[in-house]
Write a protein that binds this ligand. Structure first.
Ligand code: ATP
Length: 223
């Protein structure tokens, strides 16, 4: 007898809910990279240079706010243990689940990503309607989610792994073991870089990063 799957109706084909819309800006640039590689810093510099930037990490936080459908779906599958006393998602608890069970991680992504896509789609349509021709979209799990065909060009930020782990342990108060396990759940940075059109090597200080992003910005303006 076949065993009952632990998590029902989950493993949909990656990215199959994603379709480009004719109502999006003409050029959509995906910005991705490893955990703590510097994606948001690059996104911030680009937004200072007047590129509209959508941060899908922020959207992923918004779609699991109390009362939102994605949070209800997560609770239905993982139980109320993933909630704090005040009803918000316990991110640390969720990360623990994700790091100990690859199917659970896939399920969490399959629940959250369609909601993120829907919000991103709405924002892209609004940006196009207000006359924007080019938009940067920061998507940490761009390749893992199978979103690569949504973008005209993809930029990857790559940073040395020990630096990323150090940032994670300092910033998120995470153990080295947890930080390394989290990084291991993602496609290696060098693979992401190979699959990208442009690569930012964030292996020096912020001044050096700024120089590279300035160069990228010039390229993007002339696409
Ligand atoms: P996450 O995966 O957690 O979303 P991220 O890839 O968006 O992270 P950032 O938040 O941009 O990474 O950077 C992580 C931290 O490292 C931030 O505190 C940022 O200020 C710092 N940082 C990034 N690049 C550099 C650099 N070249 N020199 C010094 N600090 C940096």
């Amino acid at each position: 007898m076949a065993s009952t799957p632990l998590y029902p109706n989950i493993l949909s084909k990656k990215g199959n809910f994603c379709k480009r819309s004719f109502n999006w800006p003409a050029k959509i640039i995906g910005l991705t990279g490893g955990i703590a590689s510097g994606k948001s810093t690059v996104g911030r510099i680009l937004s200072e240079q007047d590129f509209p930037v959508i941060d899908t990490d922020r959207l992923a936080k918004e779609v699991v706010e109390p009362g939102k459908q994605a949070l209800e779906e997560l609770v239905k599958v993982f139980g109320k243990e993933i909630l704090r006393d005040n009803g918000t998602l316990d991110r640390h608890q969720m990360l623990n689940v994700i790091l100990t069970d690859a199917d659970a991680r896939q399920l969490v992504e399959n629940i959250i990503h369609p909601h993120v896509f829907k919000r991103m789609d709405q924002i892209l349509q609004q940006l196009a309607a207000s006359g924007n021709n080019i938009v940067i979209v920061e998507v940490p799990l761009l390749f893992e989610a199978g979103w690569q065909d949504l973008f005209d060009y993809i930029v990857s930020v790559v940073a040395p792994e020990p630096i990323c782990i150090k940032r994670l342990t300092e910033r998120k108060k995470m153990s080295i073991d947890m930080a390394s396990r989290w990084m291991a759940t993602q496609i290696p940075q060098e693979v992401k870089a190979k699959r990208s059109d442009y690569v930012i090597h964030n292996n020096a200080g912020l001044d050096e990063l700024q120089i590279q992003v300035d160069r990228l910005s010039e390229v993007l303006k002339h696409l």
